[in-house]
Design a protein around this ligand. Structure first.
Ligand SMILES: [Zn+2]
Ligand SMILES: [Zn+2]
Length: 81
């Protein structure tokens, strides 16, 4: 669905495997996930966190937000999350 250099300046996101009826929501989640990889944020074990590892499945309906740890990381990077 997406790939990113972590950390780096490049990421890409594909809508190919996303559910078409939830495209906007899922695209947002994949995009923010990949963008955060470029900031150096690794995958997260919290299943409701945007940074959970999505490999091999469709987990994009259980994430609601960043967990406290990832949120802190992004705020330190200057992101308003
Ligand atoms: Zn990832
Ligand atoms: Zn997290």
């Amino acid at each position: 669905m997406g790939l990113a250099h972590s950390p780096g300046n490049v990421c890409m996101v594909s809508t190919y495997r996303l559910y078409k009826n939830k495209l906007a929501e899922q695209l947002y989640k994949v995009s923010i996930h990949e963008l955060d990889h470029t900031q150096g944020l690794p995958h997260c074990p919290d299943t409701t966190c945007y940074m959970r590892d999505a490999s091999g499945s469709y987990p994009l309906n259980s994430e609601n937000d960043f967990c406290a740890k990832c949120k802190k990381f992004m705020q330190l990077k200057g992101w308003k999350v």
